[in-house]
Design a protein around this ligand. Structure first.
Ligand SMILES: NC(=O)c1ccc[n+]([C@@H]2O[C@H](COP(=O)([O-])OP(=O)(O)OC[C@H]3O[C@@H](n4cnc5c(N)ncnc54)[C@H](OP(=O)(O)O)[C@@H]3O)[C@@H](O)[C@H]2O)c1
Length: 261
């Protein structure tokens, strides 16, 4: 079956394209570099010709409030319009666990807008809500840095490896549309500030991580379980320590808060 991966050159997209091809699917890795731009519509009609499934794992180059809203609204509208014309049977989009609880954040308002457009369209769909990627822990520190300190709330989360995200999206993309949301998550829960501290230590990054009850997540106020998925979330296998070892860094001996579930 022909599957088009929008954002096929990205962190998740490149892994997903590899997996789909290994499973024998004709897979197009679409991104501006390969001549497909969802903001302008360039290359979309050609890429979507004969496709049964489109998986959107793109992301906005800018996370500034109005830029990110313009990105997800315009590119999702364009995609859905071109998919209807090409008779695509399944639109899959990657979003974030807790998106609906994070509307104080400009980034998450844009993800909410993306999801609303998908839900309101005529194309059968599956929205995959993933938890934070291990690969994003340093990026999370970067967006939470204030001077030489990283300020993060002491709240639970259940992050996962990008490779497991790609496997989860792969399974959903080749299955029937759920016309709803599926949650995927990591195998363990941690406190956000603890894990970012451990990631920075492994990277020998000198920034101090402060547990700050007033600090938000991506500009939104959150409580202890805002980022935690429901009990039905499908679990990836990779534990944080295993992933960290795979990155070639020295693992910290500290254990997770608890094994999820
Ligand atoms: N970070 C997290 O922890 C997390 C957690 C759950 C869900 N998510 C979601 O996961 C998704 C993917 O994230 P990621 O980290 O894999 O993204 P990424 O590595 O930044 O990749 C983004 C992709 O989008 C492409 N792209 C950018 N502008 C485009 C355009 N105008 N037309 C077509 N493609 C375009 C990029 O192409 P170029 O390579 O040419 O720039 C790239 O392939 C996001 O939607 C995000 O909301 C993230």
């Amino acid at each position: 079956m022909k599957i088009v991966v929008i954002g096929g050159s990205g962190l998740i997209g490149s892994r997903l394209v590899k997996k789909l091809r290994e499973h024998g699917h004709e897979t197009v890795a679409a991104s501006p570099d390969s001549g497909v731009n969802t903001l302008t519509g360039e290359g979309l009609a050609e890429a979507l010709k004969g496709a049964l499934v489109v998986v959107d794992v793109s992301n906005s180059p800018s996370w500034e409030d109005s830029a990110v809203m313009k990105f997800f609204e315009t590119s999702t509208r364009n995609l859905l319009t071109y998919e209807a014309a090409a008779d695509v049977r399944h639109h899959v989009a990657l979003s974030v666990v807790g998106t609906d609880r994070l509307s104080e954040s400009g980034y998450f308002r844009a993800k909410i807008a993306q999801e609303k457009l998908i839900e309101g369209s005529s194309i059968p769909y599956s929205i995959v809500h993933a938890t934070q990627f291990f690969e994003f822990l340093k990026g999370l520190a970067d967006i939470s840095t204030d001077g030489d300190k990283v300020r993060l709330p002491h709240v639970l989360f259940q992050p996962m490896a990008a490779d497991d995200v790609a496997s989860g999206v792969d399974r959903i993309a080749v299955g029937p549309p759920v016309n709803g949301i599926v949650e995927i998550a990591g195998p363990e829960q941690f406190y956000l500030d603890d894990l970012v501290r451990r990631r920075l230590a492994a990277l020998k990054d000198p920034r101090e991580v402060i547990a700050d009850p007033k600090a938000g997540y991506s500009g939104a106020k959150i409580s202890e379980r805002t980022l935690v998925p429901g009990n039905d979330a499908r679990r990836g296998e990779t534990r944080f320590e295993t992933w960290l070892t795979q990155q070639g860094q020295i693992p910290s001996p500290k254990q997770p808060v608890r094994k999820a579930g």
